[in-house]
Design a protein around this ligand. Sequence first.
Ligand code: C5P
Length: 395
Amino acid sequence: MFIDKTIVVGISGGIAAYKAAELVSRFKKLHAKVRVCMTKASCEFISPLTLQSLSQAPVASDMFATPSKWEIEHISLAKAADIMVIAPAPANIIGKLANGIADDIVTATVIATKAKVLIAPAMNINMYENKAVTQNIEKLKNMGYIIVEPAIGRLACGTYGKGRLADLDDIIEAVYENLLYEKDLAGKRVLITAGPTREKIDAVRFITNHSSGKMGYSLAREAKRRGAEVVLVSGKVSLAQIKGIETIYVDSAEQMYQQVMNHASNSDIIVKAAAVGDFKVKNVFSGKAKKDKIKNLELEKNPDILFELGKNKNYVLIGFCMETEDLELYASQKLKEKNPDFIIANDLTMDGAGFATDTNIVKILHQSGEIEDLPIMSKDDLAKEILNRAKILLK
Ligand code: C5P
């Protein structure tokens, strides 16, 4: 949510200008105050009236219009901005900004603002690959502008390639990261496990659990937004892959164990949010087993990943513990046996806690003996709390 934040959207002349309308609408739904400025050329592609209606504010499109009140429009927009987003940004505006030219309301506002500026290029592939454009984009990056790379796909000119305006989700995510997050985990490597494991019984059946992966994915997203390099080892979940994160999908606990061990020594923080199956089937049937054969399955123990990680730690290690009774007792036993720096414990029987919910109610048990009782909160907020505590323990 962008409550109390002002996003100034600068629209430049390109066919993707029509997408700026949706972008403005999305920012409004996320509770931002949105102000729009448009170049003359962009007004040929989309009407200022559309943007005025969606942003519920006047649109600035003329540097020389007689002001309705005494303020210089590009300066007041520049001051109001908590962040500026230039979408779409065709070759022309990129060239102007790279060279300090401010001859329309959008470039003048960008050059006058102290806020961060995000630029989302969109143009024909040949234009995008043109040396002048690539050099200008490099120059803008070096000057501190944030470039949201264009996407690959069908372009308005009928060709296929890189040059489409980035997905609006990616632009919004970039605004989130740059507006609401300090990069306090920059340079840190964070390894997270999420979701359930699956233990094969035969060619069609498996043993699993109800883990949705939501907690682990919230942690991965939060760590990435805070600038960390994130590796996510994920069981099968129905959540969308998070862009900008290396995601390794696994089925069984054994596969999760292998992947975690491959990455552990390179990690600064490891969070074991996955619900790992404790047992696997000893002799997996090759085809589909007949019913009477699976009546008495023989099981054997899976590796306990958290336990293995707790043996020789040169990282901050965090475990999870989900119970239906005697939460504190079992959590403190696991804290002792598996040796994470702290363990997040929740009681599955409480309303608002558990697997598939978007919220959780947890206790955090520390090696010092301290136990924190956290109020009900979203898994996204809990991810923040967990990483705040992990950060304090970083060497
Ligand atoms: O299943 P249990 O309650 O013991 O899980 C506690 C913690 O141990 C969790 O963080 C879980 O990811 C981890 N674990 C594991 N390997 C297992 C079982 C659990 O890493 N085989």
